[in-house]
Design a protein around this ligand. Sequence first.
Ligand code: KG4
Ligand code: ZN
Length: 351
Amino acid sequence: MNILGIETSCDETSAAVLVNGAVRSNVVSSQRCHGDFGGVVPELASREHERLIVSIVDAALKEANITKNGLDVIAATAGPGLIGAVMVGLCFGEGLAWALGKPFVPVNHVEAHIFSPFIGDGAAARAPDGDFISLTVSGGHTLLSVVHQDLSYEVVGRSIDDAAGEAFDKTGKMLGLGYPAGPVIDRLARQGDPAFHRFPRALTSSSRTSRNYHGNFDFSFSGLKTSVRTWIDRHDREYIERHIPDIAASIQDAIVSVLVEKAIAAARQYRAGAVSVAGGVSANTGLRAAMGEACRKEGLELFIPDAAYSTDNAAMIATMADLMISRGKAGENAYDAAPFARFIPVGRAAH
Ligand code: KG4
Ligand code: ZN
C-alpha cells in the first residue's frame, strides 16, 4: 500500500511516501522566516506552506519513484496546530485525494507523534506488547499518556502552562540564543555544569510544593521561566556571558529531570513495560541519556524516534494513517474533514 502523508501544522512543510509501512521518502522544509520574531508567526507560516506545498509533495513522490496515480491513500494533519497552516496541507490533501478518487485519512498530529517511535518497516510490528507510557514533548505539547494496543490512550498528565519545548525556547530567548533555542541549549549544555544553579522542578517529589505531587502527572514550566528571568536580572552581563553553557546545562537539567521522574512514576503506577518519548524535545541528547539510564534501572524498554522523526515530519502522518487503516480506525473517505487548532484528549487514538 502506497500512502502519501502531508504535514503543515506549524513551521515545517513536509510530505512523505510510505510503501507497505516502509518510509520511501520524507521531505521536510523548515521555515527560516520566523527567526527574527522569536517565535512562529502564523500568517507567515501559512504563506510559506502555500508557496512550498506543491514542490514538496512533488519532491516526495519523485524521491519515492511513485506517480500520483500510484498512490492508494492520501493522509494529512487535520490538527492540532496553527489553523491557517493546518488548512494548507489538509485542503491540499483532500483536494488531491478527491481529484484522484483515492481515500483520504485525516490524522491527529499529536497522535502521530505518540506513534512516531515505531516508524519503519511496518510500524505495528515494532510497537511493544502491552501498554506503554508515552511522553510527547514538543513546542506545543507536553503530554504523558498510557497507550494501549488498540491505539486507544488516556492522557494522564499534561502541562498546565508552557510546553517543555516552549520552556527551552523562552528561557533560551532570554539568554539571547535565538529561535528555536532548544537545540542551541542542548549543544551548549554539553560544555556546561548542570549543578551550576538549581532551577525549580515544579510538581515533583523534590519541589517545594511536593505535597501536590502524589499521583499528579501534570507539568508546570512557568516557574522555571520566572526563575531564569530573576537569575539574569541579578547578574551582570559579563558574568552571564561567561556562564552561558552552565546556565544552559542547569536549565536543561531542570526540564529533563522533571520529564524523566514523571515518565518513570507513570510507568510504575500504570504497570507499563515500556516508555516512549516523542516530539521535538525527544531530540534532546540530555533527555535521551537520562531517560535511557532511568529505564535501564527500572527494567523498562525505551522507544525514541530517530532524530529525523522527532521534530515535525510527514513520515509520522503517513505511518499514523497506516496504523489507523490496519486497525480499522480510518473511517470512510473524509474529503470534508475539518481542521482543528486545539488538542482535546478524548481518550481514543482514532477519530
Ligand atoms: O515537534 P516539534 O518539531 O514541533 C511542534 O509540534 O511543536 O517541536 C519543536 C520543539 C521546539 O520547541 C524546539 O526548541 C524543540 O522542539 N527542540 C529541542 C531540541 N530539538 C528541538 N529541544 C531541546 N533539545 C533539542 N535538541
Ligand atoms: Zn509536532
